[in-house]
Design a protein around this ligand. Structure first.
Ligand SMILES: [Ca+2]
Ligand SMILES: [Ca+2]
Length: 355
């Protein structure tokens, strides 16, 4: 009983979020949207096709012969159905909807833009309602349209914008209904014009539509227009292997903070293979904690020796304040994995060395 109540509560919650995007009367063949299919519909369609009349909204409900186009063949199909009782309208799945909010402005410290999500509700028969949260579009995208393809239990939604009206990208919440999805288990793929920007994959997840239900799926996004203000960092340089030089091998971390979000770090005397193809790092920034894990790329096979490098890192969007940096080097002993707490406001430049 508890579960049922819980499910009901979730349904209510989702229903509040996902607004119906198709008018209640939206049915395949009802070109003029008056709730019935009669002679008025082929006339409306012919007006649109030949006389520049208003387009059926959505247009997809008029591909009544299921051939992927809306043209005179569909009007003929409707006439034959109305007068001769021939085949009824059968449309491929189609969508109605659009953006359900303004371009979202995120604060620099706001983590709200680093996930892209899809909430969905299925009515158990035909209609799959989707609320696509943090969908990336141009800031001035004009009208949004949705191309729906259903092949071999893969539903692919391609979201398209009419315009690239502004010199910026933006995140929107977009909601639409897809009509004509039969019960079953599907893979749902939602792709937009900027998903590939920054090598993001489209949203793709398995969705059980064997009965009415609802769910949510999210992926983290790190690249503009997502993750606005998100801090990030990478190796910028690692110089030459210092094997031939007489050096002080003290291991240090030098830092310089520019007061505007950029933090430069140098790991002095980091040990790595003499013949690295590259040195790189995983840098995880969680609040004020910065965790750096160094790696070497030895695709060329490397050499039978190690040497010392000075590894530079550039980190951006670092909020002023006290931070803790941990650096895990490639061949460090545990005591050489060091942790430094730095006050970026009072000590914007400094050095910490291991004993
Ligand atoms: Ca009608
Ligand atoms: Ca057609």
């Amino acid at each position: 009983m508890f579960n049922r109540v819980e499910t009901f509560a979730i349904l209510i919650l989702l229903c509040l979020c996902i607004n119906a995007s198709c008018p209640a009367t939206t049915t395949c063949g009802d070109a003029n949207g008056d709730g019935t299919i009669n002679l008025g519909d082929p006339i409306y369609l012919i007006n649109y096709i030949f006389r520049g009349g208003q387009a059926p909204d959505p247009l997809g409900k008029c591909d009544v012969n299921y051939d992927g186009n809306v043209n005179i063949g569909d009007a003929v199909w409707l006439v034959r159905y109305v007068f001769a009782g021939d085949f009824p309208p059968i449309c491929p799945p189609f969508a109605c909807g659009g953006q359900s909010g303004e371009c979202k402005i995120f604060n620099v410290k706001d983590a709200g833009s680093n996930a892209e999500c899809a909430e969905w509700i299925y009515d158990g028969e035909s209609m799959l309602s989707i609320l696509h949260i943090n969908a990336g579009f141009n800031c001035c995208p004009g009208e949004l349209t949705f191309d729906i393809d259903v092949t071999d239990n893969i539903i692919t939604v391609t979201e398209m914008e009419e315009d690239e009206g502004c010199d910026c990208l933006c995140l929107f919440d977009v909601s639409y209904d897809i009509i004509g999805i039969e019960p079953g288990v599907y893979t749902l793929i939602i792709d937009g014009p900027y998903t590939a920007y920054g090598a993001n994959d489209p949203l793709e997840f398995s969705i059980d539509l064997t009965a009415s239900g609802n769910g949510e799926y999210c992926v983290p996004r790190s690249h503009y227009p997502w993750n606005v203000g998100g801090a990030s960092g990478s190796v910028s340089d690692y110089g030459e292997c210092k094997v031939d030089k007489v050096i002080d091998s003290t291991i240090c971390l030098n830092w310089f903070y520019d007061g505007a979000g950029t933090l430069l770090l140098t790991h002095i005397n980091s040990l790595a293979n003499c013949c690295v193809d590259s040195l790189y790092a995983d840098i995880t920034i969680t609040g004020s904690d910065i965790a750096i894990v160094e790696y070497e790329d030895l695709e060329g096979g490397g050499c039978y020796c190690n040497c010392l490098y000075d590894v530079d890192f550039v980190l951006t969007n670092i909020t002023p304040g006290e931070i803790t940096v941990t650096v895990q080097c490639i061949y460090c002993d545990p005591e050489e994995t060091f942790e430094v707490t730095i006050d970026l406001i009072n000590d914007p430049e400094g050095s910490f060395c291991l004993e």
